[in-house]
Design a protein around this ligand. Structure first.
Ligand SMILES: Cc1cc2nc3c(=O)[nH]c(=O)nc-3n(C[C@H](O)[C@H](O)[C@H](O)COP(=O)(O)OP(=O)(O)OC[C@H]3O[C@@H](n4cnc5c(N)ncnc54)[C@H](O)[C@@H]3O)c2cc1C
Length: 531
């Protein structure tokens, strides 16, 4: 094998690509992973500014029967703490620490919507059932990370008793695949109450996935040192196993009939197998299929059409704050992972219709009209607020607090604003409004204590990770997704129309997130090792 020829090349050093690389390197393969950024991690990433540690991507992790089994299987030690969640609407805040917290959630909703108590009870009953289903779904360590040939105790004591329950539960999940908004319409009539339950999910999120979040809140954990530590330990493991990583290297061409890829400096690398662990629209637009069989080329073109005509899902706008106020002040109010809605009014349908109108007629719309829309959007929205120091006090300078405040954001709006030449101004307008809403409600101490602030937009995410439309968890749910979306078929999600090329990560399976990206990373590695 020449220097530039590898058993497996992996494109994308996010959590999916890192997982694939670790498993292939462990089996002695000659492996090279390409990452276009200076650091690996993709959307699992932390950074330090002025002594404050921030998480740029996911704010905390869920095990989902995947993350801990993967770490154990690879012999990786990762020090973690629980990442408890709080939920707040106006001045009602609850802390989610056990199944019992569902009662508090019921009381919170009932105190705000006393006339809908019956509907709230019906909803709570459904969430309770879903939590039981989730206990089944994630009830055992995912078998993909177990050595089933050797671990007979696992097979007989855990896997076999679990399988019938799993099959039964999968049926139930598939029956709740409709958009959460439509599902809620059948239970809840007050539009504002409906918004309080669903407005922090992506549009048209499958109902089961959305309503399972109460279980996921209990599952959240946080690696000491920040979420990015997970990527760091995986990267170290790859190097320990003899795998190679090339950062600041962007793959710009895949020449599939000759099993070659090219980077931005026109260097060429050969492979037996390739795993594409990055944005799939990029893969389909840079891959040449010239010398492949007509059958494969037809399949490839068909898939390319599906992938390239679909959109990435929702993105986020994030405000990072360095605050001259001790952690204790914030600890008294809510946990370090907080879903907060400052007004029970809810976003409502009108606001989305208004946004569509603004986007359609953007050239004729005045800045002031867009800012007026932002006023409503920031006042009525739900925020995800993360305070890394409340999970790991070493992550902030003494006596100070770092906050990460985000809300879902429409990629097209930022794109049009940038084309119109007032992107930086728009960012500041949005930052100001978020600050005014949050310091005017849950954290009044923010107002006079901000040492520094900066923000990231859907366009920053797109630029950093190459994610189409700045999507943070893969495909949009607004049209049928072009990839596997049924858990029982997840094994097939890593195939592409080209037999020597596999895919993994948030674009390979939907709905996705960190656990699914890790799982597909492992499944792609397994397929190659089985060959
Ligand atoms: C704010 C936020 C909140 C989130 N919350 C949750 C949550 O609560 N739960 C959950 O499970 N998930 C959550 N996620 C989603 C989760 O972080 C992602 O789904 C997951 O990390 C995706 O991993 P990946 O490896 O598939 O892709 P990515 O992380 O996007 O990695 C792809 C990598 O490929 C690199 N790359 C792209 N193109 C090329 C190229 N041509 N050549 C070389 N390298 C390339 C990119 O730079 C990137 O590093 C959240 C994400 C964000 C941003």
């Amino acid at each position: 094998m020449t220097d530039n020829k590898y058993n497996t090349l992996i494109v994308g050093g996010g959590i999916a690509g890192l997982t694939s690389a670790a498993y292939l390197a462990r089996e002695g393969q000659k492996v090279l992973l390409f990452e276009k950024n200076r650091e690996c991690g993709g959307l699992v990433n932390s950074f330090v500014r002025d002594g404050f540690h921030f998480d740029a991507g996911v704010r905390a992790l869920e095990d989902a029967g995947v993350v801990f089994p993967m770490l154990k299987d690879l012999g990786i030690q990762l020090e973690v703490v629980k990442s408890p969640v709080s939920i707040g609407i106006e001045d009602h805040i609850i802390h989610v620490d056990s199944m019992d917290s569902l009662k508090q959630y019921r009381a919170l909703l009932a105190s705000l919507y006393p006339e809908s108590e019956g509907e709230i009870d019906a909803l709570i009953q459904i969430i309770r059932k879903i939590m039981k289903n989730m206990d089944v779904l994630y009830g055992i360590e995912n078998p993909v990370f177990k050595d089933l040939k050797r671990d007979r105790a696992f097979i007989f004591k855990k896997l076999l008793p679990w399988l019938p329950k799993f099959i039964f539960t999968v049926g139930k999940i598939n029956r709740m695949n409709m958009p959460v908004e439509d599902y809620l319409d059948t239970i809840v009539h007050d539009p504002s109450l409906k918004d309080m339950i669903s407005q922090h999910f992506f549009k048209n999120t499958p109902a089961f996935f959305a309503l399972s979040y109460f279980s996921l809140y209990l599952d959240y954990f946080y690696p000491k040192g920040g979420v990015g530590t997970l990527a760091e330990v995986l990267k170290n493991k790859i190097c320990e196993y003899g795998g190679e990583i090339k950062t600041e290297t962007r793959i710009t061409e895949v020449i599939s009939d000759r099993c070659l890829v090219k980077d931005q400096n026109h260097c060429t690398y050969g492979y037996d197998s390739l795993i594409w662990a990055a944005d799939l629209k990029t893969f389909y637009s840079i891959t040449q299929t010239g010398g492949l069989s007509p059958r494969i080329r037809v399949k490839f073109e068909d898939m390319k059409q599906k992938v390239c005509s679909h959109r990435g899902g929702d993105s986020v706008f994030t405000l990072f704050l360095e605050v001259n106020e001790p952690l204790e002040t914030f600890k008294k109010i809510a946990n370090g992972h907080f879903f907060y809605t400052p007004s029970k009014q809810g976003l409502g349908e009108t606001l989305w219709d208004e946004l569509n109108h603004l986007l359609k007629n953007f050239e004729k719309i005045k800045k002031s009209e867009i800012c007026a829309w932002l006023d409503h959007y920031t006042r009525l929205n739900t925020y995800e607020i993360s305070i890394p120091g409340l999970k790991d006090p070493d992550l902030v300078p003494p006596g100070k607090t770092g906050l990460i405040i985000s809300l879902l954001a429409e990629y097209d709006l930022f794109k049009k604003v940038r084309e119109a030449g007032w992107y930086d101004e728009f960012k500041v307008e949005l930052e100001n409004r978020i600050l005014s809403v949050i310091s005017g409600s849950v954290y009044p101490m923010l107002k006079d204590n901000i040492l520094a602030r900066f923000s990231s937009t859907p366009l920053s995410i797109e630029a950093r990770t190459g994610s189409s439309e700045g999507a943070i968890t893969g495909w949009s749910f607004q049209k049928p997704v072009p990839v596997v979306h049924k858990i029982q078929y997840s094994d097939r999600s890593v195939r592409t129309p080209i037999p020597s090329i596999y895919q993994s990560g948030q674009w390979a399976y939907s709905p996705a997130g960190v656990p699914m990206s890790i799982l597909t990373g492992k499944l792609a590695a397994d397929k190659i090792l089985k060959k």
